[in-house]
Design a protein around this ligand. Structure first.
Ligand SMILES: [Fe+2]
Length: 300
């Protein structure tokens, strides 16, 4: 397994300042200096140079996640593995790398159409103090959190991450159909080379924003509760009430961030110290308790 963690996320917003304001006021992220992407807002969650880049664009959408490779050697080996499998690799320019505060970056598109970036050599950031007096976020070697991406080409996309990028399976979750007449839901959870139970999930349906949700983990339950109060005060729609997941045991809630981006804020996610002793699970329930969903159905 060579992917170390999810190091950054790129979103495109018509109003990057509004997203940055939300991230600071509601989540407790901090502003970062610009790394050169014109019109973009950069946001910090920890001592990394930045974790979120909010690009200025014509739509509100998720653009890509950037995976950290542990070394230049691993980065080049990843490119070679893709090329051997006839996956088109786009090597980023020096400017692209500078905009991400990394030594080098490359990108590919997965079989469901998600843009995937990977890099090596992140620049040093500096001390960071999160907003609202919170202790910060659970990040470090576990990366910024996790994300669940739309993957209508489910099996091909699973194979892409597992066989070409070396992700390990954590849980294969089957859920009843979201509505009558639709296929069953499936979320395939995978881990990278760090203790976080899952870094990437693949959901078998498309999503117009390009992402199902992004997750940030806090250090205690009160901080999650205070964040939930701030979400409510900001008038953002909570689409899953507080609950504890069955697979990673995370206590969390979900809401729509500006631009309709699904966001999970949680605490107490499971960490696996030794993946060689871990047995992947096949779940049929998503939650131990809670997570009552309130998702607006398109067309209603
Ligand atoms: Fe999640």
């Amino acid at each position: 397994m060579s992917v170390a963690n999810l190091g950054y996320v790129i979103l495109e917003m018509q109003d990057p300042s509004a997203w940055a304001k939300f991230a600071k006021d509601v989540l407790g992220f901090g502003g970062a200096r610009s790394f050169g992407e014109k019109g973009a807002k950069y946001l910090r969650m920890d001592n990394a140079p930045f974790r979120y880049m909010i690009r200025k664009g014509t739509a509100d959408r998720f653009v890509a996640g950037g995976y950290q490779m542990p070394s230049k050697k691993a980065f080049e080996a990843q490119i070679a593995a893709f090329e051997k499998a006839k996956v088109i690799v786009m090597r980023g320019s020096d400017k692209d790398a500078a905009h991400r505060a990394v030594k080098a970056v490359a990108s590919v598109v997965d079989p469901s159409g998600n843009l995937v970036e990977f890099y090596y050599g992140r620049d040093k950031g500096g001390d960071f103090k999160a907003g609202h007096g919170i202790k910060g976020f659970k990040t470090g070697q576990m990366g910024l959190g996790h994300m669940v991406l739309p993957a209508p080409e489910t099996q091909k996309t699973i194979n892409f991450y597992r066989k070409l990028m070396g992700f390990g399976v954590s849980d294969d979750l089957s859920l009843p159909a979201f509505a009558e007449g639709l296929p069953k839901q499936r979320i395939y959870f995978m881990h990278a080379d760090n203790p976080r139970h899952h870094t990437l999930g693949l959901y078998n349906f498309p999503n117009p924003t390009g992402v199902i949700h992004l997750m940030a983990e806090m250090n205690n339950m009160d901080e999650v509760g205070h964040c939930m109060d701030r979400v409510k005060k900001a008038g953002l729609h909570i689409f899953a009430s507080l609950g504890r997941h069955a697979n990673d045991e995370m206590i969390s809630f979900y809401f729509f961030a500006p631009g309709g981006i699904g966001f999970e804020v949680g605490y107490d996610g499971k960490q696996i110290k030794d993946w060689s002793k871990f047995k992947p699970t096949k779940s049929t329930v998503g939650d131990i308790w809670g997570h009552e969903y309130d998702v607006p159905v398109v067309g209603e």
